[in-house]
Design a protein. Structure first.
Lengths: 978, 163
């Protein structure tokens, strides 16, 4: 009995969780008959089991709820929130009762009559008369009024499903008491049997087809073997008849029903003699009561069993050990060629991997399990807050580790609550801002690499930067001066700070003292990260990235000071090998090591100094592991990098638990114990108080700093100062074999990607080597390439580029100081023109045809850019006038007024691009002139700001192609307009 | 082994059930005892993988049949000079809670059956560090045996880290 009870509790809990979601769905799709019958069945199962186990309170509640659902299904009452509320309440009550039952083993005493009455009232309210069938499950529900209805088939005549249901219950009691039939019911699942009977009868009487049992004959073969004969069949029919009579079903109907049953007698008893029973009744009929028990329980039993989680956990542990031992064996095998063990060990290897996967599979559960409560929560919140909310769930079938699932359940719930409470506007608010009344909260999950990405987004008003700012100041999280200069994004990150809640009033919904900081730390605990993205007026999106599983992870094994460490692979972005001669070099800023990695400066953490390992060896060759925590990127410097290995994460002992930079330890294939480094811990220890917010700010700051700068490629060519060219203009850097250089048409050229690429030299002093390799900078455009021969590629630097001296020499724009050295800036257009005269000519033709050159006003404070762009634009057929800032540009417009297109930088001294354009737009002569904005980085905010100010379009600085394309479009527009 | 028992026959006879077995070990010239039921293993010299940043008491971790065991240097715990790398200390693996710790000691002695009733409280003038670690002491024939409190030893590194 205890086992039964346990089973019941587990099953009921599951069912209720399921019902929660389904009922809410029903409210939204009141016309889905399948949904209704499913809910009805689940509730019915609960009811039946409760009755069987002698749990009257539960049975009563379930029954009353079932009645309401019965009315929904029959369409007697409409599915409305008002009708649904007591049903949901009943579910909550059932849940509470089951919880009590689980604790005490007894159903607690209490009275549910008011709730039951309300349920019955709802059921009745729809005008149905069988709603008052009574709370007492075991008592026969009275199906008075519906029986005499003369219309419809038998099923409808006897009063629909509720009558069938009642009849089955009565019938069932009788059958079990009948000595003749008892044997057939031994060892059967009573509840399932009832369900089968109900479905069968329904079908036999012409009701909806719900029967999914086995085919008649096969189902009954077993029963016939057991000795089923006509006597038994007669007894069954008799009991059924009696049961129906008990329900006041008129005699004539009982007779008709008995007749229907009679038609399947042959099939049930497995006789061939009665082959032609009514065809439509035949098939289902066969499953008569006795067959059901044999069929259904077996089928479901073989598909799934309940296993205690502890068993799975210990299985997992054992398999982990096996994996380790396997790794050890494989390690040994690698050192011994041609061993007899080779074959068997390979098989062991394979089998272990399969076993590991299978065991992992047992731990995997669809993320939907963590979401099942959410529809209900959202529904209740919507009522409470008087908002209209729709919860959209995508990817609920995405599977992840049970342990991870448990950990994210609460954070997710919290975020959904937040979205409903703070994120979405009230119905009025939404209407006012021109949105649909129903706010949408979207939950989505998907696999990405070894991670699960879960997104919680709403289409509400987005985070209120002002209110966050107020709150930050009020809570003393930062000072005025600190907040100044922070972008909205950076300010938003403060919601992850401890003790932060933006809700104006502490509602029942949020403001429970749990903040986003807890959410974030819970997610961080399982190695996940949260990112926040909010657009004012459009909504907020949280992106959670979590590992699939915690038990076995793929890790990079590194060495530092002669010791090995494991670094979880999922935080590793890339590996960079650094030697004295490598492209990337480590440098120091006031003793702080940094790495120039392409276009960014990467802060470095030297593992050796972090771990306080004394090691005398020089760092001729080191590796930088580029690591990402949240949005913060940093490099970990190690001596060597080995392989990646699948490691089993074991928690560190208590003695070491307080060291933040370890997340665990593990045993490698060779048996050695190594520590697992925790990237989050390392980021925190190295001065970043908490990796995900502060760092992301740094990253953003870094970015905006960088925006003032340009990546320049420094190279040597010919005599004199080093040369520089914006990296964005170089399509590739190639090293060519000088023997492949050919002389054709009086020009050096080389076959490059199947075409002939002309080679040019910067000046006559550039030497074309006689042998070996020589670097070439390739510039490509419209499928053509030109190569500029260089002597040596020096570096790529981020630098402010200010032209100090105008270039006197053809092919240079001027001279600038880069990295403390005077450097010649190369005018790429000059060389391109030199190499192929027709290059720009083609564009010119394509651009404007017969039309005379367009006048362009180029406003940019950097003479470098002006000088760089002017030749490009001129080459494309425009006539260019330059202006140093907005004010000068404005003057130029006023004095000349014949510019067809204006191209302007955004950030400039005296008057910036925004000011310039808004001013210019006021002038009626310029209110329609296309104005193209140039900026180094095109964030959505920038673009929208540009549009507000009056720019026609926006182009990334240094993106020559898109600028020319844009200008062409503008020119066409002007021409069309003219 | 049963010297103490003979020492006090009356008590021994009266309270036979209170005899307990202790594993004796030597650290820095002093004899200590650990209840034998808490001892899981006695190992000869092991290769210890150091753990950077660990508290001084922890000399590293070892792999004990697939289980990772933290190694605690008893000399440091007792406020003595740590073992130097060229020494070959013995390891006594003790079970505490669901974790195991390996204690590095100079020598491992034998198992003594001692009458719990004869255990004496720590002398009032005992070094405060030792007093925390000691559950009392036994007067053996030739020396004193200090009963070690495993829970205190195991948590010693944590305290150091916190401090």
């Amino acid at each position: 009995m205890d086992d039964l009870l346990d089973e019941f509790i587990a099953e009921t809990n599951e069912s209720i969780e399921l019902l929660d979601g389904e009922l809410v769905r029903l409210e939204q799709n009141p016309d889905d008959p399948e949904l209704i019958s499913h809910i009805f069945r689940v509730l019915h199962t609960v009811k039946g089991t409760c009755g069987f186990l002698g749990l009257p309170r539960l049975a009563g509640l379930a029954h009353a709820g079932e009645n309401v659902l019965g009315q929904f299904r029959d369409g007697a009452i409409p599915v409305t929130p008002e009708a649904m509320n007591p049903v949901l309440e009943a579910l909550d009550k059932i849940r509470a009762l089951v919880a009590d039952l689980e604790q005490t083993g007894k159903e607690p005493a209490g009275d549910d009559s008011s709730l039951v009455e309300r349920l019955n009232a709802v059921a009745k309210g729809g005008g149905s008369d069988n709603g008052n069938a009574g709370q007492d499950t075991q008592a026969a529900p009275e199906v008075e009024a519906s029986a005499p209805q003369a219309e419809g088939n038998l099923f409808e005549q006897i009063g629909g499903l509720s009558s069938v249901d009642a009849a089955v219950e009565l019938f069932y009691e009788r059958v079990v008491d009948d000595e003749r039939l008892r044997d057939f019911f031994a060892d059967t699942d009573m509840d399932r049997l009832q369900g089968m009977q109900r479905a069968f009868l329904t079908l036999a009487l012409g009701g909806p087809d719900e029967y999914d049992g086995r085919d008649l004959r096969s189902a009954h073969a077993g029963l016939v073997q057991k000795g089923l004969n006509d006597t038994h069949f007669d007894a069954v029919v008799e009991h059924l008849g009696d049961a129906l009579k008990d329900l006041d079903v008129p005699d004539n109907l009982v007779g008709a029903i008995a007749g229907r049953i009679e038609t399947v007698r042959g099939d049930v008893l497995g006789r061939d003699a009665t082959p032609d029973a009514t065809p439509e009744a035949e098939q289902p009929a066969a499953q008569e009561q006795p067959e059901a028990p044999a069929a259904k329980p077996k089928r479901s039993a073989s598909n799934s069993i309940r296993v205690n989680v502890d068993v799975l956990e210990s299985l997992m542990t054992v398999v982990s050990e096996l994996v380790l031992t396997r790794n050890q064996l494989m390690q040994i095998l690698r050192t011994q060629k041609d061993s007899d063990f080779n074959g068997p060990l390979q098989r062991l290897n394979q089998v272990t991997t399969e076993l590991q996967e299978s065991v992992m599979q047992t731990r995997m559960q669809p993320i939907g399990n963590a979401w099942s409560k959410l529809p209900r929560i959202v529904r209740d919140l919507a009522q409470e807050l008087d908002k209209k909310i729709e919860l959209v769930m995508k990817g609920a079938e995405t599977e992840l580790d049970r342990q991870v699932l448990d950990e994210i359940k609460d954070p997710l719930t919290h975020m959904v609550r937040n979205a409903a409470d703070h994120g979405l506007e009230t119905t009025d608010g939404r209407r006012a801002s021109g949105k649909s009344e129903t706010g949408i909260i979207t939950l989505s999950a998907r696999h990405e690499g070894g991670h699960i990405i879960v997104e919680v987004s709403d289409d509400g008003h987005g985070l209120s930067t002002d209110r966050i700012r107020e709150k930050i100041l009020a809570n003393g999280l930062a000072t005025h001066s600190e907040l100044e200069g922070l972008t909205d994004q950076q300010i938003h990150q403060f919601i992850f700070k401890p003790g932060f809640s933006t809700a104006k009033s502490v509602t029942n919904v949020s403001g429970r003292g749990v903040g986003m900081d807890v959410v974030r730390s819970n997610i961080a605990k399982i190695g996940g990260t949260v990112e926040l993205n909010s657009i004012a007026g459009r909504g907020t999106r949280f992106t959670i990235k979590i590992p699939l599983t915690l038990a076995i992870v793929s890790a990079l094994i590194v060495e530092c000071g002669g010791q090995r460490f494991a670094l979880p692979q999922n935080s590793v972005i890339e590996l960079v090998r650094v030697t004295k001669n490598s492209t990337y070099k480590m440098e120091g800023v006031k003793g702080t090591p940094v790495l120039r990695l392409r276009d960014r400066l990467l802060p470095l953490v030297t593992l050796k100094s972090l771990l306080e390992i004394d090691d005398e060896r020089s760092d001729d060759e080191t590796y930088v592991i580029v690591t990402q925590v949240g949005t913060y990127m940093f490099g970990i410097v190690v001596d060597r990098v080995f392989d990646t290995e699948e490691i089993v994460v074991k928690p560190v002992s208590r003695a070491l638990r307080n060291i933040p930079i370890y997340s665990g330890n593990t045993i490698l294939g060779d048996g050695s114990v190594i520590m697992i480094l925790d990237p989050i811990g390392i980021a925190n220890v190295t001065g970043e108080s908490s990796a995900t917010d502060d760092q992301s700010m740094d990253a953003i700051e870094e970015q905006s700093d960088a925006s003032e700068q340009t990546s320049m490629l420094i190279f040597k060519a010919g005599k004199g100062a080093p040369k520089a060219v914006p990296l964005a203009l170089v399509s590739r850097i190639e090293e060519i074999d000088v023997r492949e250089i050919e002389d054709a048409g009086g020009q050096h050229s080389i076959q490059y990607r199947g075409r002939l690429m002309p080679l040019v030299t910067l000046s006559d002093t550039t030497i074309i080597r006689s042998e070996g390799k020589q670097p070439v900078l390739a510039f490509s455009d419209q499928g053509r390439s030109v190569g500029l021969l260089a002597d040596d590629i020096v570096d790529i630097v981020e630098s402010d580029v200010t032209v100090e001296m105008k270039g006197g020499q053809p092919g240079t724009i001027g001279t600038a100081i880069i990295e403390g050295r005077a450097t010649d800036l190369i005018d790429t257009t000059f060389f391109l023109k030199q190499a192929c005269d027709d290059w720009f000519g083609v564009q010119r033709d394509a651009g404007f045809g017969e039309k005379a050159a367009h006048q362009i006003l180029l406003v940019d404070d950097s003479s470098f850019f002006r000088n760089l762009l002017t030749p490009i634009l001129e080459a494309a057929g425009y006539t260019v006038t330059q202006a140093e800032n907005g004010e000068i540009g404005l003057e130029a417009c006023k004095t000349r007024g014949d510019f067809d297109i204006i191209v302007s930088d955004l950030e400039m001294p005296v008057m910036d691009g925004f000011g310039f354009v808004s001013e210019l737009r006021r002038d009626p002569g310029f209110d329609k002139v296309p104005i193209v904005a140039l900026s180094a980085h095109a964030s959505p905010q920038d673009i929208s700001r540009c549009e507000e100010a009056g720019f026609t379009s926006h182009v990334e600085k240094l993106n020559k192609d898109s600028l020319l394309k844009k200008l062409k479009e503008c020119a066409k527009q002007t021409r069309d307009a003219a | 082994m049963t010297q103490t028992a003979q020492f006090n026959e009356a008590g021994a006879k009266a309270e036979r059930s209170r005899f307990e077995e202790y594993l004796s070990l030597m650290v820095g010239g002093q004899t200590f005892g650990i209840p034998v039921l808490q001892v899981q293993d006695v190992l000869s010299h092991q290769t210890v993988a150091p753990v950077p940043l660990s508290p001084a008491e922890v000399s590293g971790s070892i792999n004990l049949r697939g289980r990772i065991v933290t190694v605690i240097d008893m000399r440091v715990v007792l406020g003595l000079e740590p073992f130097s790398p060229d020494q070959c200390p013995k390891s006594v693996v003790v079970e505490y809670g669901d974790e195991a710790c390996s204690l590095l000691v100079d020598e491992v002695g034998e198992v003594l059956e001692l009458n719990v009733g004869e255990c004496e409280p720590n002398p009032a003038n005992l070094d405060s560090k030792w007093r925390e670690l000691s559950n009392g002491l036994f007067r053996l024939e030739t020396e004193l045996l200090v009963v070690l409190d495993i829970s205190q030893i195991v948590s010693a590194p944590e305290k150091t880290l916190d401090a």
